[in-house]
Design a protein around this ligand. Structure first.
Ligand SMILES: Cc1ncc(COP(=O)(O)O)c(C=O)c1O
Length: 350
């Protein structure tokens, strides 16, 4: 079958997108003379201040190199001796970090069923039954992902309920925010949405993503509960997340947070996912999956469509047992990319 040329931007992942030109410029601007290494520089100070402003209160921000490392650092700082992490069965820390938390932190992940990626507060009560039982791993930290690995969102009330339940059992709460920007953009309240979502709710520590939304490779661990950050700078070095040329990570984040670029770029990716879903629905009907809340669409595809479609324009499986796939948009996806992709889809579906 003759298909058009594939779109310039594929739908494999927001991770597959390049860095935004503004970020490359920010790195170039920071590439001037000498600056002390390991974060002892003006770029890092001003980036930390930008995070204080964003969160609306003093927070402790430790910049990191990648999302897995940021999660390991955040969780390691929040865990006490012999404690385990409660998370959803679909969480990235469980499925896609090669066991890094277990290996590096020596912790155990306690997974709870979460059909749409969201952990229920009841799972916390269930896990808490093991508290005080000497032979069982002691749940000490709840880790949730916003937006989830299934592109779903916790409401602010959901997060508050999770935090309340966890804190009532003496547990802390980590939020994997690799795509927190997409979730906050979807809430439509500007940066206030972030404060509602993670400060007012009681989240203790956030892995604040950047790489998936236009940065070159920069993540931040933000301690809202600053008591947990007490020895985190040492842990960051131990888990290999301390960059010597920190100024270049800091410069990326400062530009990212300035003028709400983080929200504009994530909002664009979300809009493109809506557009993609809308056009795909006209071809596939309900098989296009639910309308996206953030920047991913989860269609169900028969192999006769899925195989040639992704040979032409690559995307990932999401749940092989149910033939679900994931199409993901990014800050640089264009309407033309969406239309071109749907032209190919329509040709194969015909
Ligand atoms: C939800 C979530 N958390 C964490 C990560 C980890 O990021 P990295 O691949 O930079 O380690 C990813 C990456 O895909 C992710 O999707």
């Amino acid at each position: 079958m003759l298909l058009p040329d594939p779109p310039a931007c594929a739908f494999a992942s927001d991770n597959a997108a390049g860095a935004h030109p503004d970020i490359i410029e920010a790195i170039q601007r920071a590439n001037h003379g000498h600056a002390l290494a390991y974060g002892d520089d003006v770029h890092t100070r001003s980036c930390e201040q930008a995070f204080n402003e964003l969160f609306g209160q003093p927070v402790t921000t430790l910049l990191a190199l990648n999302g897995t490392g940021a999660n390991v650092l955040a969780m390691g700082a929040a865990l006490r001796t012999a404690e385990a992490v409660l998370c959803s069965e679909w969480s990235h820390i469980n499925l896609d970090e090669t066991g890094a938390p277990e290996r590096i932190l020596g912790t155990k992940l306690l997974t709870a069923p979460a059909p749409d990626g969201r952990l229920s507060p009841d799972a916390i009560d269930t896990a808490a039954r093991d508290i005080g039982v000497m032979h069982h791993a002691q749940p000490g930290l709840v880790s949730i992902t916003q937006a989830t690995e299934w592109g779903t969102l916790y409401s602010t009330d959901d997060i508050a309920a999770i935090c309340d339940r966890a804190h009532a059992h003496g547990m802390r709460v980590h939020l994997d925010g690799a795509r927190l920007a997409n979730a906050v953009a979807a809430a439509g309240k500007g940066p206030d949405g972030l404060r509602d979502m993670v400060v007012a709710t009681g989240v203790d520590v956030v892995s604040f993503g950047g790489t998936k939304n236009g940065l070159l490779g920069a993540e931040a661990v933000v301690f809202i509960n600053r008591d947990l950050a007490h020895r985190a700078i040492y842990l960051r070095k131990q888990v290999n997340q301390l960059a010597s040329k920190m100024r270049f990570i800091a410069a990326q984040f400062s530009t990212y947070l300035e003028d709400d670029r983080w929200l504009t770029w994530a909002g664009h990716a979300n809009d493109m996912a809506l557009r993609l879903h809308h056009q795909a629905q006209q071809i596939l009907g309900d098989q296009a999956g639910p309308a996206p809340q953030v920047n991913s669409v989860f269609p169900t595809l028969v192999p006769e469509i899925a195989t040639p479609l992704r040979d032409w324009c690559f995307f990932w499986d999401w749940d092989r047992s149910t033939d679900r796939y994931r199409w993901m948009t990014a800050w640089d996806t264009t309407s033309d990319d969406v239309s071109r992709f749907c032209e190919g889809l329509a040709a194969l579906a015909a």
